[in-house]
Design a protein around this ligand. Structure first.
Ligand SMILES: [Zn+2]
Length: 411
């Protein structure tokens, strides 16, 4: 039986570790002491379950529960251990405590699958510290170079390279972190971080695809000037150009069909920032997402074209810097079908839906079959101290994860 008390005990222990006096919410910011204490607690749980452990050069942890066929590829499950600053206790951790519970339950009922089961603890999924997301799984996929580790820096100026060294890893061997063991599937359970499941009264979300961001910094080189003395027809107002760009991004995303695209300008910095000065230098942060790489590329090209037209019409030089360009994931039809078969056979209250947020799972689509399960979170709130779940939904999600593993094991 999936044991609610055991799930709660692990969640509560991690909550205690990640609470800093005087700071709201959960604070397991990647590679900080709280993150590391949480990781140590989870490693202890993996050991107590008798799993054999492997730790890679980035600190990711993989625990293996042997199946009866040692040559079969493993079914891997897991999620990330870190949180955003002042976050909630369920983003990432829900998927790990569910994976631990699946193994506890299998051991108790003396069920041995044919395939080995791997539990993975991904490090540094959140972009809050180093400005880039899912770094642990990127390291496992061999996508992190030594140079990138030196470029990625936190607010204090510490590079990821230095931080890894401080934690006792050798960042020079980061290419060795590449995961090469064959997998049959990778499954990630995660809170939805949206309101769809709750609004429609569903307990299980079968994810059809994961949107991934493409991000640009847009540098608008307008001309600052006296706001009283400069006539309207002699201005090169950087902020007016920015306004047109923001609305163009909104319009292009709104018109994207049939696959939706979302585009957001969430950052705007205007210099010099005075009431009596026409804005000159303006920097925008632009974020474009879709579950379809093709739809995202098309919208991105249209937005870049619109930016260049605004610059041309207003005679303002504008340049763009690509910050991130991550591949979205479309879940394979065969996996969605398997997940629906299990949900129907055992009468789970489920629906299919896309994920607007990025997840570690999106890095694994070209390595193995990926399946992602959502459970509801209250009012869709996440990355916030108010993040909450109904523990019964996590129990149901964990049961479903186990049923899905046992089904895939027989395929
Ligand atoms: Zn997460």
């Amino acid at each position: 039986m999936i044991n609610k008390e055991r799930l709660l005990a692990n969640l509560n222990a991690m909550q205690t570790i990640s609470t800093i006096e005087g700071v709201p919410g959960i604070n397991r910011i990647a590679f900080t002491d709280e993150d590391w204490q949480g990781r140590n607690y989870l490693i202890k749980q993996l050991k107590e379950l008798g799993l054999s452990l492997r730790i890679d050069d980035f600190g990711n942890v993989i625990g293996r529960y042997e199946g009866y066929n040692p040559n079969a590829p493993a079914i891997m499950m897991g999620s990330h251990t870190d949180s955003v600053p002042q976050g909630g206790n369920y983003d990432g951790l829900a998927g790990i405590v569910a994976a631990l519970e699946v193994i506890s339950d299998l051991k108790e009922s003396k069920e041995t699958p044919e395939h080995p089961l791997d539990i993975v603890l991904f490090m540094c999924e959140e972009s809050s510290r180093f400005g880039s997301a899912t770094l642990g799984s990127q390291a496992m996929r061999g996508q992190l170079s030594r140079e990138r580790l030196q470029t990625l820096r936190d607010k204090k100026g510490l590079s990821l390279y230095e931080v890894l060294k401080e934690r006792g890893f050798n960042p020079d061997t980061i290419p060795h972190a590449k995961f090469t063991t064959p997998l049959k599937a990778f499954l990630e359970l995660h809170i939805e971080q949206g309101i769809v499941l709750e609004k429609t009264n569903h307990t299980i979300g079968i994810v059809t695809g994961i949107a991934a961001p493409t991000r640009y910094k847009v540098h608008i080189h307008g001309t600052a000037g006296h706001s009283g003395a400069t006539p309207m027809n002699h201005r090169h107002d950087g902020l007016c150009a920015a306004a047109e760009i923001i609305l163009a991004a909104e319009r292009i995303a709104q018109n994207s069909k049939p696959i939706p695209v979302v585009a957001t300008v969430g950052v705007i910095e205007a210099a010099p920032g005075a009431m009596n000065v026409i804005p000159g230098e303006v920097t925008l942060g632009l974020d474009i997402r879709s579950i379809s790489a093709e739809a995202k590329t098309r919208a991105t090209q249209d937005i870049l074209q619109a930016i260049s037209e605004v610059g041309h019409q207003r005679e303002i030089p504008i340049d763009t810097t690509l910050i991130a360009d991550e591949m979205p994931l479309m879940v394979k039809d065969s996996m969605i079908k398997a997940m629906e078969t299990v949900a129907q056979a055992k009468q789970y209250n489920y629906m299919t839906l896309p994920s607007g947020a990025g997840h570690d799972a999106m890095n694994w689509g070209d390595y193995t079959d990926v399946g992602m399960i959502f459970i509801p979170c209250r009012a869709g709130v996440s990355h916030n101290p108010a993040e909450a779940i109904d523990i019964q939904d996590l129990v149901t999600g964990t049961k479903y994860l186990k049923d899905l593993i046992l089904y895939l094991d027989q395929q």
